[in-house]
Each structure stands twice: as C-alpha cells, then as structure tokens.
Design a protein around this ligand. Structure first.
Ligand code: C2O
Ligand code: CU
Ligand code: CU
Length: 527
C-alpha cells in the first residue's frame, strides 16, 4: 500500500521515498486527468502587476520534527521567508511541523512564490479565501518537484482564521490526505479595521490552535494507511489517529492569567470531528466561524468542529482563583463512524480508540491576575452579515445527493471526480445567489466544502441518526462558512453568491480520504 509511512528513513525522506512514489509517476499522479492539463502550468498568475504589499516565499519540503518525546519524526512541512511586508506577517513554528502562521490584512495585495522541494507534485490551496481560480491551488495547476509557481491576489475576505494546504489529485486519486498528514498545513489570519476596534484579546491572549490526529510506529514515525482490510475501512471512514495533537504536539499545560482569551481553532485533521467543551462545564462562547465574526456571541454546551472548519472562541478566567486548571476537552462521540458506530463499526474495530473518554487538548493553569483592565466581550461583533450571501427569495434549489459507491468511496449526485469535467447542473452564473441542498444519503457524516466563497447555512433538516443527536447541539450554523457538516440523513441548505471571478472551482467533502477517493467535483462560474 503506497501510503503506509514505514519505519525510519523509508517514506517521507526524499531518498527513501523513491520506491514508494515510483508507483505513481508524477505526470500521471497530478495531471488532473484531462488532456488539456498536461500542458505546463504558467509560472505566475494572479494580479497583473505590483506593487505588492506583501511578498513571501513558501517552501514545501521534507524535514524532521519533534512530535512525541524521544526521537524526531520525518515530516513534510511548510516554511516561509518574508521578502516584503509588515514584520508580523509570518510567525514561524520552528519546533513544530505546522506551517508558519500567515497574518494578512484586508486590502493587501499579496504575492507568494511557492517552491516545491518534495518528491512529488503539489499545490497550495488558500482554504476559504475569495481568490480567482488560477491562484486557488487547484489540482489542475500542479507544481512539479523542484519547480516554483508564483501566485498573487488581493485580500478581500472578512477578518477571520483561514488556512492553507496542498490539493493535488490525479488519475490515481488525490494526495491531499497523504500530504496534509505528512505535515503540510498552516493557519492564515486575516485582520481588518473593524475587528481591531473591538479590542478582542490579542498578543499572548490570542491562541491559534491547529487540531490534528496521528498514528505513530514504535520509532515515532508517522503511520498513515496500512495494508488490507484496515486500509479499505480507512478509505471509507477516513483516517483517524490515536494521538490528538495540538499545533503538532501532544496536549500541553499553558500558564494563563485570570483574564480573557481568544482561542482560534482550526480542525486540520483528515477526518476526525471534534466535540469541544470546557472540563468544568462552563459554556463554550463562540464569537466566530470559518468566515469571521458572528453578529453576536453564542453560547453552547459544546461545539462540533468538522475537518477544515474553524471556530473562534472567547473565554474568561477572570473569576477563577489562582491554581485553577481548566481544560479544553474533546468529548467522546461515535459520529464519525460508518453505520453510526453500530455493528459494522464494532466488527471492524473502528479506528477510533480515543473515543471512550474525554481527551484534554489544552490545559489552562490560572496563575494570577493581569495588570491590564479586562475588556468585556462586546454584545455585537459585526454588522455586515445581513448583506452577505442572503438567499433572498431564491426559488431554485440545486440538489446534491451524497451517496456511496460500493467499495469505491462516495459520490456527489452519483458522480465522482473527473478532473475538469463539469456537468450541466454544475454550472452557475456569475453574480447569481443560489441555494444548494446537500442531502446525505449515506451512514457517514460529510463536511461539505465549496471553494472560492463563504456561504450561509439556511436550514438543516432530518437529522435522525444516532450520531446526529451526539453532535447536533454543538453545530454552529450562524455566521459565514466555507465548510458545513452534513450528518447522516440530513438535508442542509446553504446560500451563496458567485461574485467577481469566472471559471472552475472545486466543491467536495473535506474528509480528506473521501475527497481523495473521488467525493469531489468542479463547478463552473460562467458569465
Ligand atoms: Cu481545504 Cu478543497 O479544500
Ligand atoms: Cu478550499
Ligand atoms: Cu465525506
């Protein structure tokens, strides 16, 4: 099995990986399937010319990083070098494989040189950003090993937490799951003036948290898919690891002041859905989602966070005495399992050994007061939402049925990924606002993602599966999203406007194993 990351020095390091990847000639692997994509990718695309406010080089390369205690692990990771722009544009994560935090401001013109030092082709996708197709990192624009591609774009998104990750896919299936798992992913924050005026917790009180799960060999090497039955099961369920990692490390204890914190959390896992809560039962205060701040804060007993989704939390330790330890925990649930954790799941042993008791992700140890006065949480966080992606009286509803293709993964309207091929019902008009309905006709949850925009969740119906009840109360549907969790049996409607850019974009399930195995299609925006 090609994706089994074997013990030391075998798979991730360039020299050793030749044998593995030789099974997948890169031309085949990343051609994007159709003839017209075999032509070479232009080296630069995006804005016509400078000046640019931010310019940086992003490197994708093999490396070693300490993850568990003991020997370091082979990884693939992003590193970056700032050529031009504000000094706080990049926050490096030297001791973790997580890509540098990229901090951009709305209105900036940004240029990125992407250098591929991997042994196979890759792309860099700006997840959640409203950018033209040519700079969106789609599989039809692969960057070959040792090649560089430059993209530039105008930052025109609401302030929020976004992220970047690879998006390669060829005749043989996708490599998103493998490459992300190997370590290629990083957070991206967009700021704007409105958000700054709110005086939300910042600097040491703003924590950016990337959640992932991994499996390891006895020698601390990353282990992805294994042979045989287990691998088939993983392709159907998606990969879940026994170790929950926070920013590429095991959970840690953090000294906190008795003040307010902002936790900006990205689920960068391949397939795991998190159920996040506070260990002392205090409500989870949500201030933002994928597309930035909500209109006003919302309290939930827990929040559900599916792969690729982000959640922005606010918490106050103001009244907590020194010595208190409060944990952000992942609560057990079986919602990611096929057959709802029923017979099939039990028979196959599942892959989710961590799910029987709550797992701490972060421990905040309150150590004393601050000198600074603690600003209260504003009751109103934003006021632009009712102008964005509103369904209005949109009469036509485009249906997308999510179904299973026996032993071949999952499909959207009975179709699987076919490269740049677009069906008649996958063409939308530039400027139009549409309502799409995802109907989940399978026994597994699917986090559905639409490229190039942020949408609103209009309605959610028929969640009757057992798994739905385990997560339902934690699903945050208000605000703007680029990824929406569709539970078994559910019909979820979203509304969005296709503005500014013509051309092809992807929509897919962000369970990366589902995506890689064909649960992905292009849609086209036409004038
Ligand atoms: Cu994170 Cu196609 O996307
Ligand atoms: Cu995306
Ligand atoms: Cu899926």
């Amino acid at each position: 099995m090609r994706d089994f990351i074997q013990p030391r020095r075998n798979f991730l390091k360039s020299a050793g990986s030749v044998a593995t990847f030789a099974l997948l000639p890169s031309a085949v692997l990343l051609s994007g399937c159709q003839e017209d994509t075999t032509k070479t990718t232009p080296e630069e695309s995006g804005l016509d010319d400078g000046p640019f406010d931010v310019e940086l080089t992003l490197f994708a390369r093999p490396d070693v990083a300490a993850i568990l205690s003991g020997s370091a692990s082979e990884v693939w990771r992003y590193t970056a070098k700032l050529i031009k722009g504000p000094a706080d544009t990049l926050t490096h994560s030297d001791d973790s494989y997580i890509g540098p935090l990229i901090r951009l401001r709305r209105g900036q013109r940004v240029r990125v040189h992407i250098e591929n030092h991997l042994t196979e082709a890759t792309t860099v996708h700006w997840h959640g950003l409203h950018v033209p197709p040519e700079v969106d990192g789609q599989p039809r624009f692969p960057i070959q090993p040792d090649a560089t591609r430059t993209v530039s774009f105008l930052v025109d998104d609401r302030a929020g937490l976004y992220w970047y990750h690879p998006h390669p896919h060829g005749d043989d299936g996708g490599r998103v799951g493998f490459q992300s798992y190997a370590g290629l992913a990083g957070p991206l924050i967009i700021e704007d003036n409105h958000e700054r005026e709110l005086d939300l917790p910042k600097d040491n009180q703003e924590l950016v948290i990337v959640l992932q799960d991994r499996n390891f060999t006895g020698e601390n090497e990353l282990k992805y898919l294994s042979d045989g039955m287990g691998s088939m099961m993983t392709r159907m369920q998606g990969f879940k690891g026994d170790h929950l990692l926070v920013n590429g490390k095991p959970a840690e204890v953090k000294t906190a002041l008795a003040t307010t914190y902002r936790l900006r959390i990205l689920n960068g896992s391949n397939a795991r859905i998190y159920k996040l809560a506070w260990s002392d039962g205090r409500p989870v205060t949500v201030i933002g989602t994928d597309g930035g701040l909500l209109e006003s804060p919302e309290e939930h007993a827990y929040v559900a966070l599916a792969p690729a989704q982000r959640i922005d939390l606010w918490v106050s330790f103001e009244g907590d005495p020194e010595g208190t330890e409060i944990q952000l925990i992942n609560e057990p649930h079986r919602a990611g399992d096929m057959m709802d954790g029923g017979m099939m799941g039990n028979l196959m042993g599942g892959s989710d050994n961590t799910s029987d008791k709550p797992t701490p992700l972060l421990t905040m140890a309150v150590s004393g007061a601050t000198e600074r006065a603690v600003p209260p949480l504003p009751g109103r966080l934003s006021s632009d939402l009712d102008r964005l992606s509103q369904p209005g009286n949109t009469a036509n509803i485009r249906q997308f049925r999510l179904s299973m293709k026996m032993m071949r993964g999952f499909a959207i309207n009975d179709r699987q990924f076919e490269g740049v091929t677009v069906a008649d019902d996958e063409v939308v008009s530039l400027g139009a606002t549409e309502v799409w309905e995802f109907f989940n006709d399978t026994t597994m949850p699917h986090p559905m993602h639409v490229h190039g925009l942020q949408f609103r969740v209009v309605s959610r119906k028929n969640a009757d599966a057992r798994s739905a009840r385990q997560l339902m109360a934690g699903i945050v549907d208000s605000g703007l999203h680029d990824t929406v969790l569709v539970l078994p049996g559910e019909r979820v409607r979203i509304a969005m406007t296709f503005k500014d850019f013509e051309g092809l974009y992807l929509y897919h399930c962000h369970n990366m194993e589902h995506e890689d195995n064909g649960m992905m299609r292009y849609y086209e925006v036409r004038k």
